[in-house]
Design a binder for this molecule. Structure first.
Ligand SMILES: *Cc1c(COP(=O)(O)O)cnc(C)c1O
Ligand code: SF4
Length: 320
């Protein structure tokens, strides 16, 4: 795990003086060595590097960019559980991620609140709300928990008769595939009465490699449905070639594109924003280049809305 700028620059043969870096970021630098190994040496503009490098720009305030852009703090009926959408509830399973993505909408989230001892109150809430069919284990990243802890949680969820589906949201299989190979967890999921969906998070075709392909095969052998979510990021994946390659490469590894998210307007991430009219143009170009099942839904999360809003053609009124 790389957690210092010097270490990262040494590894990539870069001079920190050449980069406009925030040397003491509030959200610290964190990159697994595997992920750094997929970056091009000596290239300060590498699309994977840009996702993890803390820049001075993050400290600038920008109008419209907030600390809690998606209204999660108002949707917490109990600590660690977010019940915003019909039939689905999201459980924040871990206070950690294997990587710190600079654009993360949870970069200011009070993760101290996410404690294992909150699971009991979350489980009581789920038991009381029989209209919830699907539980999403999300982040931080559930794969950063120990296998026994994760398996125990899954078994407790299986005991709730109204649940039909278990979903895991994780970036670990992409950024740290060796850590994400969890035989005991896979055994538990394979035997589970619940339908299991794993949504990985991959933004660029360079993030997929032989190690991720091998890992995805083990997930498929365990009967998991594999989907991907992407965040549309300026100068990283905001062009049709990259997104086309990403969809094709995901499919080659057995993963279907699910969502392409417009950036959540979290303070510190303004330099990643892709405007709506550009996003719409990318979407229509992808529709022309790819079969429908390889085109993700372009969505944005608007606080207070009952589902993620699908992007429609922007009008001039949108000031997009
Ligand atoms: C994104 C999200 C979900 C899942 O939404 P889907 O459209 O089903 O993928 C559920 N709960 C919360 C709080 C979310 O942010
Ligand atoms: S893995 Fe997901 S939750 Fe974790 S820092 Fe990256 S975007 Fe945020």
């Amino acid at each position: 795990m790389i957690q210092s700028l010097q270490q990262l620059c040494d590894f990539l043969q870069l001079n920190p003086q050449d980069l406009a870096i925030d040397t003491a970021p509030h959200f610290p630098l964190k990159v697994p060595e595997h992920f750094a190994g997929l970056m091009e040496k000596g290239n300060p503009d590498d699309p994977l590097l840009k996702q993890v490098l803390p820049l001075q720009q993050e400290t600038e305030t920008q109008p419209g960019f907030k600390r809690d852009p998606v209204g999660d703090l108002n949707a917490n009926p109990i600590p660690s559980l977010i019940h915003k959408y019909h039939g689905r509830a999201l459980l924040m399973t871990s206070p950690r991620c294997d990587v710190h993505c600079r654009y993360c909408f949870r970069r200011h989230f009070p993760y101290e609140q996410v404690q294992k001892n909150h699971w009991q109150s979350a489980l009581h809430y789920l038991a009381d709300h029989t209209n919830i069919e699907e539980v999403i284990l999300s982040g931080g990243d559930p794969f950063t928990l120990s296998e026994p802890a994760l398996c125990e949680l899954i078994q407790q969820l299986e005991a709730l008769p109204h649940l039909t589906t278990l979903r895991l949201h994780s970036r670990s299989p992409i950024v740290a595939p060796e850590k994400a190979a969890k035989p005991r967890l896979l055994q538990t999921l394979k035997q589970s009465r619940l339908q299991v969906v794993l949504v990985v998070h991959c933004n660029h075709p360079n993030e997929l490699c032989p190690a991720s392909a091998k890992l995805m095969q083990t997930y498929r052998d365990a009967g998991l449905t594999l989907l991907n979510q992407t965040v549309l990021l300026k100068d990283i994946n905001d062009n049709v070639e990259t997104l086309t390659q990403l969809s094709k490469k995901l499919f080659h590894q057995g993963i279907l594109p699910y969502y392409c998210h417009l950036l959540d307007k979290v303070s510190g991430a303004a330099h990643f924003e892709v405007k709506k009219y550009q996003a719409w143009s990318l979407y229509t170009q992808l529709r022309q280049q790819l079969p429908g099942y390889l085109v993700p839904q372009f969505v944005e999360e608007i606080a207070g809305e009952p589902y993620k809003t699908v992007l429609t053609e922007p009008t001039q009124m949108d000031n997009a």
